[in-house]
Design a protein around this ligand. Structure first.
Ligand SMILES: NC(=O)c1ccc[n+]([C@@H]2O[C@H](COP(=O)([O-])OP(=O)(O)OC[C@H]3O[C@@H](n4cnc5c(N)ncnc54)[C@H](OP(=O)(O)O)[C@@H]3O)[C@@H](O)[C@H]2O)c1
Length: 409
């Protein structure tokens, strides 16, 4: 009898030990996903931050990060990355509807809203008062009725940096732009360049991040390239760029937040391949199967070529009479003439231990959601990397067409 009992007890004990071992294994933190290598971290100003948990939900990194511009394309991804591991995020907002989906990225209390306005210094100060790191993603390519590009890109950066300085925030990360240069002809690139200088004057050890045009789900780049008819596409899509993956830019930002060796450095984040917007648009046209069948959407057309002088006047008219609503303005025209130039002195993905994604691997997965019409879905070609590269060759092969006005240049 005794031996039967002791046998059962031994089996129970071994099962319990097995369960405990399994729980302990699960409790190990995934160091490849968790952004911190150590449980105890000391910030630049000597504050101690204790990380707890296994990484993922119910964990805490111990840091608080204010993300200005969190409602934007990049802001949403970086907020989700930070909140996932329990970094407390302060998300200043000016439009509650564009922020509400951020809450679910973390546990209750991890993503915290605070209403702010660029003209209200007190609201900026309240947004940074408890932060260890501030990320400024606020940026505008448009002069609107209430805010000029200079207001958003220069004055906004200055006010946020001043408030952060006043409250002793350890780190300031300024997201600028490719081609940022105070002397640029383009108002956007020039204001971004001055914005960097203004931030550096206040925070000499601020980290500057200059992303190339970013692609991803809901990215401005694809929203610009995919629409069907575009008046003067031959002029507006002249620019040559090194598109980068938005998700990777967010990943790089996350690394920068937790790595004090990035203090005072400038990073240019760009993809490995140079594309002209014109060729990308041509490729997308084939990928979305437009013009392959004799009915919608072929009938709506894809490009309406126009001479440069006409487009200049068109952009000017749009800026003059429809400044807030229209994405085509004089600065769009100017930017279309300025190709992306890489600053050789800036650091890149490699310096953060990352390898830049190639657009050819991702393009189809992001273009696919735009295929909505039944006539488009008749063609079931799936564009993997090889097909995308073949398509690129195809659209760049001169066609036997007579282009009297040189409208494709
Ligand atoms: N996307 C690109 O390809 C690209 C390329 C180079 C540089 N960048 C720069 O990278 C940063 C992030 O890019 P993104 O694509 O995420 O930008 P985005 O989607 O346009 O988001 C911009 C953010 O800035 C906020 N904002 C703009 N003007 C503001 C103002 N006057 N007051 C308060 N908030 C204002 C917007 O708030 P609301 O939601 O309330 O409007 C939004 O949260 C920006 O600075 C952008 O200029 C982007």
């Amino acid at each position: 009898m005794l031996s039967v009992f002791s046998g059962k007890a031994a089996a129970k004990a071994s099962m319990a030990a097995g369960r405990k071992a399994a729980i302990l294994t699960q409790q190990k933190r995934n160091i490849y996903r968790f952004p911190l290598k150590s449980d105890v971290n000391i910030t630049k100003t000597g504050k101690t931050k204790i990380a707890i948990g296994q990484g993922g939900r119910s964990s805490r990194t111990g840091y608080t990060v204010s993300v200005f511009g969190g409602s934007g394309f990049l802001g949403r991804i970086i907020t989700s990355k930070l909140a996932k591991h329990g970094t407390l995020v302060v998300a200043p907002w000016r439009n509650s509807r564009s922020m509400r989906h951020l809450k679910v990225n973390g546990d209750l209390g991890v993503v915290n809203y605070h209403e702010w306005d660029l003209r209200n210094v007190q609201s900026i100060e309240e947004s940074v008062a408890h932060a260890d790191v501030v990320i400024n993603l606020v940026g505008s390519e448009l002069n609107t009725k209430n805010f000029s590009m200079a207001d958003a890109n220069i004055e906004g950066s200055r006010r946020i940096a001043e408030a952060a300085k006043k409250y002793g925030v350890d780190r300031f990360i300024q997201v600028s732009s490719y081609n940022a240069n105070p002397k640029s002809e383009s108002e956007f690139f020039a204001t971004k360049g001055v914005g960097e200088q203004v931030v550096k004057d206040i925070y000499p050890d601020a980290t500057i991040v200059r992303p190339a045009p970013m692609y991803g789900r809901n990215s401005a780049l694809l929203h610009e390239l995919v629409p069907l008819t575009k008046l003067g596409g031959n002029v507006l899509f002249r620019q040559e760029i090194y598109p980068t993956h938005g998700r990777q830019v967010a990943e790089a930002l996350e690394k920068i937040v937790f790595d004090d060796s990035t203090l005072g450095k400038t990073y240019e984040l760009y993809g490995p391949e140079r594309y002209s917007k014109r060729e990308l648009r041509e490729m997308i046209k084939y990928m979305t199967h437009i013009g392959m069948y004799g009915y919608f959407p072929a009938a709506t057309g894809f490009s309406i070529p126009a001479p440069r002088s006409f487009m200049k006047v068109w952009c000017w008219l749009n800026e003059k009479f429809n400044p807030s609503m229209e994405s085509v303005n004089m600065d769009t025209y100017r930017r279309s003439t300025i190709d992306q130039v890489i600053d050789p002195s800036a650091l890149t993905y490699e310096d953060l231990g990352m390898k830049a994604d190639d657009l050819a691997d991702w393009l189809y997965s992001y273009v696919k959601p735009y295929i909505i019409s039944p006539s488009q879905s008749l063609n079931r070609t799936v564009y993997g990397r090889d097909e995308v590269l073949k398509l690129r060759d195809y659209v760049n092969t001169p066609k036997n067409s007579f282009d009297f006005f040189d409208l494709k240049s």
